[in-house]
Design a protein around this ligand. Structure first.
Ligand SMILES: Cc1cc2nc3c(=O)[nH]c(=O)nc-3n(C[C@H](O)[C@H](O)[C@H](O)COP(=O)(O)OP(=O)(O)OC[C@H]3O[C@@H](n4cnc5c(N)ncnc54)[C@H](O)[C@@H]3O)c2cc1C
Length: 481
């Protein structure tokens, strides 16, 4: 059957409209596999946070073991059914969306702890474990899992690997990629790979781990993961400062890097703050309102730590870079200050934001911000534009909010027409059209703005090796076969 789908040597897309009969075949093949076709499940599991694509999966499979996933992928190959690997569905680029009748493979039932090794300082878990649970398990053992971001209460570690998630601590601890020492994966071809076996050193050829990390469910289904854990940092303080404009942002960042041991350096605009504080909690960081804000988290131990923080603050004031600021005096206050940054995505979500997640090299950030601002001011005069981001990593989130009187289709079209200019700026600065959210469906048409044609040719070749029948997430990241 797989062979029949080859036409002139070109692989054809797997079937999208799956009949009851075909899915019935899956139930006969794997009788104990839980499959749902309940309308509420089809809606919920057929979409992610993008909300821009109407969900239309043919069903949702909830495997409970590696063995079930292996048999499911082999069945999908022979039946020609497209699969969408699905984690916590907090993705922001449509990677876990099933809009064309695909079968969703939810990892929600595979969330067990498999092993904690105190000598190796590693944690092995099933891929459906929620990110925050991993952080808790690490903390219970006096260690830390440093991948951290606002969706950690819902996202799964398999999804974090598949998107190579970043977050608010990248500046100090790097990306998800930096913490993975092993994984078990069922490839699109239906083979089980045990990759890297928890080793720190392993110089035996191509490191397949790094191909699966960031592959957005297009090469294999990650079944379990072995993670390295970190030593927790000393006591942390949080400072929020208000800036008159974007220009001083990187001067503040430079001085902070020089005088403090930073864990995070985040940025948000006053419009972002307005949405966050609209419901009364959290409150604004200080009385005066400024156009932009930076949030810094850093080591702060004893009187020396506090003196260094105050000296930094005063110098920023003297230089005229900032107009106001606040330093946390307790863990509760630090958490409240963090919520000013972390609640932004959630509080603007009712406005169906069209998200751009852009990056450039840190040294290019000021000029990049200005060039983007010019496009935004000239092309979106009537739309609300919310800026925020992990600016210490050169990563900026640009969110266009949907006006209430515009239909979803009209809004998407308007944003797509401006994308040409935005991505022109990104290409000019040799940046990325997706810093950390992945390509998915949303950025697929723009992959060539960050990857040249030779690279895309090799990416497709890699896909063919691991997923020869193109059954895993077809149309995501790479164009349809
Ligand atoms: C409020 C909010 C804040 C966020 N902040 C950040 C941030 O700071 N940094 C950041 O990087 N991201 C952020 N995100 C985006 C998102 O949370 C991350 O991309 C996260 O890693 C996705 O995990 P998930 O389990 O929800 O994956 P999903 O959305 O379910 O899936 C994402 C992709 O991974 C694939 N996938 C999922 N599980 C598997 C698996 N087991 N095997 C193979 N492929 C799989 C899917 O097919 C899809 O392509 C944020 C999202 C929200 C809603």
């Amino acid at each position: 059957m797989v062979q029949e789908r080859r036409k002139n040597g070109i692989m054809q897309s797997p079937k999208n409209n799956i009949s009851n009969e075909v899915l019935g075949g899956l139930s006969s093949e794997i009788p104990d596999l839980e499959i749902s076709r309940q309308p509420e499940d089809l809606t919920e599991y057929g979409r992610d946070w993008t909300r821009l694509y109407p969900p239309e999966p043919c069903g949702i499979a909830f495997p409970r073991s590696e063995e079930q996933i292996l048999r499911l992928v082999r069945w999908a190959n022979s039946a020609g059914v497209a699969l969408v690997p699905s984690g916590g569905r907090t993705g922001l680029s449509g990677g876990a969306v099933a809009a064309k009748g695909e079968l969703v493979v939810s990892m929600a039932r595979m969330d067990r702890l498999l092993e904690f090794d105190p000598v190796d300082r590693t944690l092995t878990v099933e891929a459906g474990m929620i990110t925050e649970k991993i952080q808790q398990l690490a903390a219970e053992n006096g260690l830390m899992f440093p991948v951290d971001f606002a969706a950690k209460g819902s996202s799964q570690i398999g999804g974090n690997l598949a998107t190579n998630a970043g977050g608010v601590k990248v500046l100090r601890y790097g990306l998800t990629r930096d913490w993975v020492v092993g994984m078990r994966v069922v490839t699109g071809a239906g083979e089980l790979l045990d990759v890297n076996r928890g080793l720190i050193k392993n110089a035996t050829g191509y490191d397949l781990r790094h191909l699966f990390i960031g592959s957005e469910g297009t090469l294999g289904i990650i079944v379990s993961v072995t993670l390295r854990l970190a030593e927790p940092p000393p006591s942390q303080s949080v400072m929020v400062v208000g800036l008159e404009g974007m220009d001083p942002l990187m001067q503040v960042f430079d001085l902070a890097r020089e005088s403090l041991t930073l864990s995070a350096f985040e940025f948000f605009s006053d419009l972002a703050l307005s949405y966050v504080i609209a419901e009364g909690s959290p409150r604004a960081p200080f009385e005066s309102r400024m156009p932009y804000y930076a949030l810094l988290e850093f080591d702060c131990v004893g009187e020396d730590g506090e003196a260094a923080a105050l000296a930094f603050f005063e110098r920023c004031l003297e230089e005229g870079w900032i107009g106001d600021g606040v330093l946390s005096q307790s863990e509760a206050q630090a958490a409240e200050l963090w919520s000013l940054r972390e609640f932004i995505s959630e509080r603007i979500s009712a406005k169906t934001p069209y998200k751009n997640d852009l990056s450039t090299r840190i040294s290019q950030v000021p000029a990049f911000l200005h060039a983007l601002e010019d496009v935004v001011l000239s092309r979106y005069p009537d739309f609300e534009v919310v800026w925020y981001g992990h600016i210490g990593d050169g990563n900026l989130h640009l969110n266009i909010l949907k006006p209430d009187d515009l239909s979803l289709a009209e809004f998407k079209k308007a944003c797509e027409s401006v994308n040409e200019e935005i991505f022109g700026v990104v290409a000019r600065f040799r940046g990325s059209v997706s810093a950390e959210h992945g390509v998915g469906l949303l950025k697929q048409p723009y992959l060539d703005r960050s990857r040249d044609p030779h690279e895309i040719h090799y990416l497709s070749g890699i896909k063919r090796v691991f997923d020869p029948n193109w059954i895993l997430n077809p149309g995501k990241m790479l164009p349809e076969a």
